[in-house]
Design a protein around this ligand. Structure first.
Ligand code: NAD
Length: 349
């Protein structure tokens, strides 16, 4: 497989785990992390590998068509692992256009630059689009999302990701662009921005703040430890079949309220607080519009074809995650105070 790999969105939550894994595991690859450093991009996530010889950071916006094209011409990336996106559903409800721009147009800019660079000579090349299970819409009480489930996105976020999936697939059909897509369930773990459920609640419990649970708390999600997602991306990138989609999930469904109770229990134990004290912080809040009832992934294809399976149980992964947030309060303080945004200036300017 190729040597110059562009990873977009590498300063974000999942991207930083993918960049770290590739930089550490493949010393013969040059890894280019391209990120515009929105509020969700944090180079402090990559402090431990930023001095490695095979790691390179490029600050650029995938919406800047000309810049993206010129970067592809300059660096001649053999492959792309595309994670850069606006990723928060609540933000997409407030500002759908930002999601159309980055998630759809930005993806098109990358596809066009890649296509133009290799001009049909795609041998040993790959465009990998990292996507979400939210494109499938919602499930009832039973059933699982399979790779063949039709798309039925319900939020502006999932509609934009569904659209970009379709464009990637269409470039494969129309221009023979070699691609692979993965649709993954909810991730949790180290370095997740504390607007998402698990880090938000860890932070709120530390600070004795309310834990806002949507609706009746019965929404169900399938959770996957981010390091296992990065391992799956590595595997699919190297061994996945061209023009295929793989679903990635933890075989791990939790109702929100049960997850929050487990989190409260582990936090009480770790913080040495009275049993039940964190649970008292739970507050039910008005539901999110268009809220999907249940997501659950059938991850049998990646399991059977590529031999991937999660390496930790949810209880183990959650415990590791809580420990990380408790031991990295400086990271959390920098993120909540906005100080992380000056890290790029200090390191790179
Ligand atoms: P994130 O919001 O933590 O990170 C996104 C990164 O993209 C940030 O570093 C940000 O600065 C960068 N970015 C945003 N707009 C950009 C632009 N215009 N140009 C260049 N860089 C830009 O997101 P995440 O949770 O790490 O998700 C990464 C990818 O994985 C997304 O494509 C998302 O749809 C997908 N995904 C996420 C989950 C999840 O549970 N978080 C699950 C499945 C799939």
């Amino acid at each position: 497989m190729s040597k110059k790999i562009l990873i977009t969105g590498g300063a974000g939550f999942i991207g930083s785990h993918v960049v770290r894994l590739f930089v550490n595991k493949y010393s013969d690859y040059n890894i280019f992390n391209l990120d515009s450093l929105t509020y969700a991009g944090n180079l402090e996530n990559l402090k431990d590998i930023e001095e490695e010889a095979n790691y390179h950071f490029i600050k650029a916006d995938i919406n800047d068509e000309k810049l993206i094209d010129s970067l592809f011409q300059e660096y001649r990336f053999d492959s792309v692992i595309h994670l850069a996106a606006e990723s928060h559903v609540d933000r997409s409800i407030k500002d759908p256009l930002a999601f159309v721009k980055t998630n759809i147009i930005g993806t098109l800019n990358l596809l066009n630059a890649f296509k133009k660079l290799w001009n049909d000579n795609f041998e040993d090349k790959r465009f990998y689009h990292v996507s979400t299970d939210e494109v499938y819409g919602t499930l009832g009480e039973s059933g699982l999302f399979k790779e063949t489930t039709s798309y039925s996105p319900n939020s502006p976020y999932s509609a934009s990701k569904a659209s970009s999936d379709h464009f990637v697939r269409a470039y494969g059909e129309t221009y023979n662009l070699p691609y692979v897509i993965t649709n993954c369930s909810n991730n949790y773990g180290q370095n997740q921005f504390p607007e998402k459920l698990i880090p938000l609640f860890i932070n709120n419990i530390i600070n004795h703040k309310p834990l806002p649970v949507y609706g009746d708390g019965n929404y169900t999600r399938d959770w996957l430890y981010v390091v296992d997602h990065a391992r799956a991306i590595d595997l699919v990138f190297h061994e996945g079949k061209n023009a295929e989609t793989y679903n990635i999930g933890g075989f791990n469904e939790w109702k929100n309220i049960d997850l929050v109770k487990l989190l409260c229990k582990q936090m009480d134990e770790k913080l040495g607080r009275d049993k039940g004290s964190s649970e008292n912080l739970i507050t039910y809040v008005k539901d999110r519009p268009g809220h999907d009832l249940r997501y659950a992934i059938d991850a049998n294809k990646i399991n059977k074809e590529l031999g991937w399976e999660p390496s930790v149980t949810f209880e183990q992964g959650l415990s590791i995650t809580i420990d990380w947030y408790l031991n990295n309060q400086e990271w959390l303080n920098h993120v909540t105070s906005g100080e992380y945004q000056s890290y790029y200036k200090k390191q790179y300017q």
